[in-house]
Design a protein around this ligand. Sequence first.
Ligand SMILES: NC(=O)c1ccc[n+]([C@@H]2O[C@H](COP(=O)([O-])OP(=O)(O)OC[C@H]3O[C@@H](n4cnc5c(N)ncnc54)[C@H](O)[C@@H]3O)[C@@H](O)[C@H]2O)c1
Length: 253
Amino acid sequence: MSTTEQRVAVVTGGARGIGAATAVRLAAEGRAVAVIDLDEAACKDTVEKITAAGGKAVAVGADVSDEAQVEAAVARIVAELGAPTILVNNAGVLRDNLLFKMSVSDWDTVLNVHLRGSFLMTKAVQKHMVDAGFGRVVNLSSSSALGNRGQANYSAAKAGLQGFTKTLAIELGKFGITANAVAPGFIATEMTKATADRVGMGFEDFKKAAAGAIPVQRVGEPEDIANAIAFFTGEAAGFVSGQVLYVAGGPLD
Ligand SMILES: NC(=O)c1ccc[n+]([C@@H]2O[C@H](COP(=O)([O-])OP(=O)(O)OC[C@H]3O[C@@H](n4cnc5c(N)ncnc54)[C@H](O)[C@@H]3O)[C@@H](O)[C@H]2O)c1
């Protein structure tokens, strides 16, 4: 790649929350960004924010758990922006319930979006990274990978992504590709707002209660996660691979 060429980044689940903040941040770092989400129209705000700041972005509608849609999305990105060499597997859903009440469909949905989706996206994008001799993969894990009541499906998926990340690092390292996981704690987004709704709490009270248990005494913002992702996707992070970084306002184990 010549120094004037722009690297192409793909951010899944980029319509809102952590994905939107990450897309905006990577564009500010000079990347051309493909913003993928279920509904192409929902990506409009993120794309407009990027282009208004002088950046380059396209909105792409795709369900990351659907193989044909993933392949079509990546082909479109190659045609419209160029070959992607940065991938952030961020798309996610919750279907929380205690194990004895968790339906098979709630299990399958969560495993499909997080794990199958990250597998399909990485498989489709890695060939472009191999061709370029450069790649950066960041997978969104979670503090829930350590176990969390009501999240048997989600914690299994997020722990699974850590194993997936380490294996990518081992297999793809020789092609100049790194793979790392960012594991957020409590971040204020629609996802945590939905959890507050489910437990019957106002979002402000819910955030205040969460902040009290976090060493830095605040909940995280999407930009806190985007900052960590920007580091892992940067040119300078080529010797950092197979790592899991908890970004949670304090230590977790
Ligand atoms: N918010 C938190 O506290 C928190 C904590 C730890 C990990 N995470 C993880 O960070 C990521 C982003 O979370 P968020 O809080 O911004 O969530 P969010 O619900 O605000 O946004 C998730 C986005 O993913 C999209 N999406 C869902 N299924 C999809 C699919 N099949 N294909 C394409 N797009 C799809 C949604 O439409 C949405 O725009 C998720 O992987 C989540 O599990 C979040």
